[in-house]
Design a protein around this ligand. Sequence first.
Ligand SMILES: *[C@@H]1O[C@H](CO)[C@@H](O)[C@H](O)[C@H]1NC(C)=O
Length: 129
Amino acid sequence: MQVVKESSSSSSMRMVGESRMESVYERVRLLVSGNAVVVFTISGCCMCHVVKQLLFGLGVGPTIVELDRDVAGKEIHAFLFQLAGDGQQQPVPAVFVGGKFLGGIETVMACHINGTLIPLLKQAGALWL
Ligand SMILES: *[C@@H]1O[C@H](CO)[C@@H](O)[C@H](O)[C@H]1NC(C)=O
């Protein structure tokens, strides 16, 4: 984490906010590019549990980031909220495969049903067989 100086002026507060978001973006980028499958979750989130069980069931060992236990959890949550975009209410679970944002529970389920999830996981090196 970078150290930021507190300031009373609103313009420098905005800059602090922006640089914090930048470091969050960088952290997420490093996480998702260094791991085949990354799932961002919050404890007590039912759909997070469902998506983890689906991946475990397929034999994938995803990297799990629990936002409510992470120092930058709030910022990552805000970042995922932007990423999920178009009116999606819950930014978690957020699943990244092969360094790319796949989506939330609905997209992952839809990909599983239409047969594109397993090839995607294999391509990312998360599944061998
Ligand atoms: C499978 O579903 C996903 C998620 O809805 C979609 O993006 C993708 O285009 C679909 N692929 C096929 C081959 O239907």
